[in-house]
Design a protein around this ligand. Structure first.
Ligand code: NAP
Length: 258
């Protein structure tokens, strides 16, 4: 066998492996590589203070639980203080953290005038914090040691649908229906921690076919716009009739997670 043929076969094999990884994946290929060969959150994310916004529900709540198990000190923010206290209690139950390691800091993020006071409260409590502001990506280039992680999840099993507003802002959808076609929150958060441990600057987290659509948005936006236009009407119809936007036509991808 000639060297050229051998090289071509190797290239084909590599391509086939990458395609298989992609089809089976629930994150972009860099993230999945980091999960396999990269630094572990258990080694990297210790001795930190993490401020979790949206900590009273869904992804933020699960993030608080997984970080607390790693021994990370936490600031928990959202609007509902009683829910934050519930999350704090649970964190204390499942971790070795002490009460002083978790600050409950109720905050309405839309009230920008409260941000400075809240930041001061965090600095006063812990003296530091790891906060990520995507809007500062370029400006931070001259500050080594600060990484901006842009986390892009696909559909995740949380309360987001139930909490979504309807045409009347005082009303919520209230019924999130069957969520089993979505990624388990614990898996999403695990991948987020891996991205943090490996300083990944942008990660896409989702099952197929949502992952494929994310790739399309990046590499073939015209096709992605066309697909989104076709599906958009159906999604809005579902949503307005009080069911999850994607549940009806993604039933055949349905899996049970966790
Ligand atoms: N779940 C998904 O499929 C999915 C996919 C892609 C992106 N995301 C994004 O991930 C983030 C978390 O979503 P989730 O799915 O975890 O939703 P969720 O379960 O509804 O949680 C939303 C959290 O945000 C808090 N929140 C809402 N408005 C707030 C405000 N004005 N100020 C402070 N906190 C506020 C809520 O708490 P309070 O009501 O107590 O304030 C709650 O803790 C969202 O930005 C969402 O857009 C979610």
């Amino acid at each position: 066998m000639s060297w050229a043929l051998l090289l071509a076969l190797c290239a084909l094999l590599l391509l086939a492996v990458q395609l298989l990884r992609f089809l089976r994946g629930d994150g972009d290929l860099t993230l999945l590589w980091a999960e396999w060969r990269g630094r572990r959150p258990e080694w990297e994310l210790t001795d930190m203070v993490v401020w979790v916004t949206g900590a009273s529900s869904g992804i933020g709540e699960e993030l608080a639980y997984q970080l607390s198990k790693l021994g990370v000190s936490l600031v928990l923010s959202a609007r509902r203080e009683n829910e934050l206290e519930r999350v704090k209690r649970r964190c204390l139950e499942i971790s070795n953290l002490k009460g002083k390691d978790i600050l409950v800091l109720p905050l309405d993020l839309t009230d920008t005038s409260s941000h400075e006071v809240a930041t001061k409260a965090v600095l006063q409590e812990f003296g530091r914090g790891q906060v990520f502001f995507n809007s500062l990506r370029t400006e931070l280039a001259t500050y080594p040691g600060i990484t901006v992680s842009n986390i892009c999840p696909g559909p995740v099993q949380t309360n987001i649908v139930k909490n979504s507003l309807t045409e009347e802002v005082t009303k919520y959808v209230g019924n999130d229906g069957d969520q089993s076609h979505k990624m388990a929150t614990s898996r999403c958060v695990r991948l987020m921690l891996i991205s943090m441990a490996n300083d990944l600057q942008e990660v896409w987290i989702s099952h197929q076919p949502f992952l494929l659509v994310t790739y399309l948005w990046q590499y073939m936006p015209t096709l992605a716009f066309w697909i989104s236009g076709k599906l958009g009407k159906k999604r809005m119809k579902n949503f307005k009739s009080g069911v999850d936007a994607d549940s009806s036509y993604f039933k055949f991808f349905k899996k049970k997670h966790d």
